[in-house]
Design a binder for this molecule. Structure first.
Ligand code: NOJ
Length: 509
């Protein structure tokens, strides 16, 4: 009898674990706190990007890029803020190393500025001062015992290339490959993790679709698709270049970072909402991930929906097509999956009123009505609602759709407006999101190998200027010295890193 009871108990435990790990529905993911630690090999880090921290916009041979132009034009950025000085990291990068060491991070993600390294990509001449700056930085990061995670392109396109036809001019593919070559050849011996592009969705949609980001172009029906097409080709060129020319020597990992919400059905018992959530995800992360991680081509649902909404005279789709050899070239160009994740959207099929309210093109093509739950807590950034279970949801989406590729979360974080040092709201956000990541790894067996907070310090938040603050460290932008001051969240994160997560109080000690 006792044996039978034990057997029943055993099956109950096994089936509950199975239910938890097999579930695809975020509503089964509770927000209850879960104690657990990640392996020693898991890498914990912080992120920045060149234009958001460096300043020195016209020093030592750097050329103008589209964000310099966009800010200087005026009228695009809150309070007409610019990144001319930002955190002045071009001069104060040693201060950045000091706080990286203080936090105890294992990796530091930052980006190189193309305009510093190859100021005029149409000639390809390399600017030695730009190379030296990054070589000093990367060397010091390594000497601090921290792995650099280097993004080649974080939105600061040299203005000369924008004027030359932007991402629509195919010559950019060889110019980007040349820039990647310069970076790999000068820094490859020091860099283990590379990213070709940061958030191509934002580059194409916000830069050329709705135009709230540089260079401020509004062509939502055509340019995002056309430009994304060449960005994917640029990415594939850089990956192959590394693979054939540098991998044997340096043994690094090259990938791309994609931003995505978790897309959840508004009502998970309605099949049409479940389908809408899948479609939204395919239009968002799948747009780039499907070609790279699956089969070299766009998701079928995206091809179908863009085609049926294209309304072109000759019946062609506004979504370009890859040739057979391009597909073969693009498929498999990854060594890991870079993910930027902040929030969640609810999905249902779009009705006529919603379709009429969105710009015709990419958003309308998707035919999904995206909303947020009014009960979710809001951060200072308009897109940022606290939905911790979305972290677990999106990691499971990657596990199931992209063959459980190793993931590094390359950004996650939260904003306020004043940069208070008493940022318990940030501790709350980071603690709950990291906890969901730990559940995804330990319970669901998602292959997550790293996590990165955006950002180590307050910096230039694009069209929001300095009005939205993501930092673990406070920066006073009125003080010419730009001192970096630890917020409470910095000390909290330092503790999480030291503990490798959240040790069970019943087990430790
Ligand atoms: C995405 C971008 O990569 C980064 O530059 C930006 O500051 C953060 N998310 C926060 O919006």
């Amino acid at each position: 009898m006792l044996q039978l009871k034990m057997l029943v108990l055993f099956f109950m435990v096994v089936s509950s674990v199975f239910r938890c790990s097999a579930t695809a529905d975020q509503r089964d993911f509770t927000d209850a706190f879960y104690y657990g630690v990640l392996p020693d090999s898991f890498t914990w880090g912080v992120s920045t990007a060149a234009y958001q921290i460096e300043g020195a916009w016209n020093e030592d041979g750097k050329s103008e890029h589209i964000w310099d132009r966009f800010c200087h034009e005026g009228g695009h950025v809150d309070r007409n803020h610019t990144g001319d000085v930002a955190c002045d990291s071009y001069h104060k990068w040693r201060d950045d190393i000091t706080i990286l060491k203080e936090l105890g991070v294992k990796h530091y993600r930052f980006s190189l500025s193309w305009s510093r390294i190859v100021p005029d990509p149409t000639t390809g001449v390399v600017n030695q001062a730009g190379v030296d700056f990054y070589l000093n930085l990367i060397t010091a990061v390594k000497q601090a015992g921290i792995e650099p995670l280097v993004t080649l392109f974080h939105w600061d396109l040299p203005q000369i290339l924008e004027d030359n036809g932007s991402w629509g001019n195919e010559t950019i593919i060889q110019q980007y490959k040349h820039y990647a070559d310069v970076a790999f050849s000068h820094f490859g011996h020091l860099v283990k993790y590379w990213l070709t592009f940061n958030e191509p969705w934002v580059v194409t949609w916000q830069g050329y679709g709705i135009g709230d980001y540089a260079p401020g172009i509004k062509q939502p029906a055509t340019l995002p698709y056309l430009y994304a097409h060449n960005i994917i080709k640029c990415h594939a060129q850089a990956w192959h270049l590394y693979d054939t020319t540098y991998r044997a020597r340096f043994n690094g990992m090259v990938s791309i970072t994609l931003n995505t919400d978790f897309f959840a059905p508004k009502n998970s018992s309605k099949p049409e909402d479940v389908e809408a959530a899948e479609r939204a995800a395919q239009f968002s992360v799948g747009w780039f991930a499907h070609p790279i991680y699956v089969d070299g081509d766009y998701p079928q649902v995206m091809k179908d929906y863009v085609q049926r909404n294209s309304n072109t005279i000759d019946g062609s789709s506004r979504l370009p097509k890859f040739t057979v050899s391009e597909k073969l070239f693009i498929k498999g160009t990854f060594d890991y999956f870079g993910l930027n994740h902040y929030s969640t959207s609810l999905c249902e099929p779009a009705d006529a009123a919603y379709q009429a309210s969105v710009p015709k093109g990419y958003l309308g093509d998707m035919e999904v009505k995206l909303t947020r739950d009014p009960k979710w807590r809001k951060a200072a950034s308009s897109y940022l609602y606290y939905v911790p279970w979305g972290m677990r949801g999106i990691l499971n989406f990657i596990r199931t759709h992209y063959n459980n590729t190793p993931v590094i979360v390359t950004e996650n974080g939260v904003t306020d407006h004043n940069g208070t040092l008493h940022d318990s709201f940030r501790i709350d956000y980071l603690r709950s999101y990291m906890n969901e990541l730990i559940k995804a790894v330990l319970i669901d067996k998602c292959n997550v190998i790293g996590y990165t907070v955006w950002s180590i310090m307050d910096n230039f938040e694009w069209a929001r200027g300095y009005t939205e603050k993501f930092g673990l460290y406070y920066v006073d932008f009125d003080n010419p010295q730009r001192p970096r001051v630890a917020k409470q969240s910095a000390m909290f994160y330092k503790g999480v890193i030291a503990d490798r997560g959240f040790p069970d109080p019943g087990i430790i000690g």
